[in-house]
Design a protein around this ligand. Structure first.
Ligand code: IPE
Ligand code: IPE
Ligand code: MG
Length: 252
């Protein structure tokens, strides 16, 4: 039997986001409120990640992008960075069974060269074994930044021009999109940011030109299916005109 949301999704696909991207913020404050160290909040944040993936699967969201570590997050104390990377590796190792069972295809975008060999090889391994899965694309943005993505795209496109594969006059928006780390993914429909800040923090830049944005004060470890549903309900009320007009206004 289809759940209420799945039915809604099937009946009204155009008002349902295919690609949801989340800026998972607020772990540190969540821990501080409980007189715990920040790492405690990151561990609890991993539980919220699992809940979020479950919701995405149940609701047949096609792509879920999670912003887990920004290029700027290296500025944090060494111990915190180490523990974040440890949680990432632990999550990859411990969730392989779940990824297989629920037919999830894992992708990781970002500058992976800064990670140690073990983490890099594990990422490539999990990407490889889940490559053909079709249940959900789980796209993890790790050591990612929107500016980095645009720059690496520019470098790649310049190399293609230098080698004669591409002519400068052929570069359209769609062509350039093919050189970004998100080239295999459909456009981002909805961005959710938890933790109360109303900023993008160098997450997707090019990719969110026409995304709907949903901000909540809820701290990431408290994120749950109700809040996810609220964000989707908000999305479904938006008129996405992409610079055009809604159907009724066109008649005038
Ligand atoms: C988000 O939570 C997790 C990462 C940035 C890795 P924070 O660690 O930024 O938590 P706050 O914003 O300080 O509460
Ligand atoms: C954004 O959170 C990055 C991630 C969630 C991975 P930050 O806590 O790093 O962002 P700022 O510093 O508040 O902008
Ligand atoms: Mg933060």
């Amino acid at each position: 039997m289809l759940c209420k949301q799945c039915k809604l999704h099937k009946e009204n696909k155009k008002n349902f986001p295919n690609h949801v991207a989340i800026i998972m913020d607020g772990n540190g404050r969540w821990a501080k409120k409980r007189n715990k160290i920040r790492t405690f909040g990151h561990k609890e944040g991993f539980k919220a990640v699992k809940r979020t993936i479950k919701f995405a699967l149940q609701n047949k969201i096609e792509i879920l992008t999670l912003y887990t570590f920004s290029k700027e997050n290296w500025k944090r104390p060494k111990l915190e960075v180490q523990s974040l990377l440890k949680i990432f590796l632990f999550a990859l190792k411990s969730e392989i069974y779940y990824l297989k069972k629920y037919n999830i295809c894992l992708k990781v975008i970002g500058d992976l060269t800064s990670f140690n060999n073990e983490l890099q090889s594990y990422i490539h391994y999990v990407e490889k074994i889940t490559f053909s899965n079709t249940g959900l694309i789980l796209n993890i943005a790790a050591n990612y930044s929107g500016k980095w993505d645009i720059l690496q795209g520019v470098k790649k496109i310049l190399t293609a021009i230098q080698k004669g594969y591409l002519n400068i006059n052929q570069i359209e928006e769609n062509t350039f999109s093919q050189y970004l780390s998100t080239h295999q993914l459909s456009p981002v429909d909805l961005v959710i940011r938890t933790g109360g800040e109303k900023r993008i923090s160098n997450f997707f830049l090019w990719q969110i030109a026409y995304s709907e944005l949903y901000f909540t004060d809820v701290l990431w470890p408290d994120f749950n299916s109700y809040i996810f549903q609220e964000a989707i309900d908000y999305f479904s009320t938006r008129n996405r005109t992409f610079g055009g007009l809604v159907q009724d206004e066109k008649k005038i």
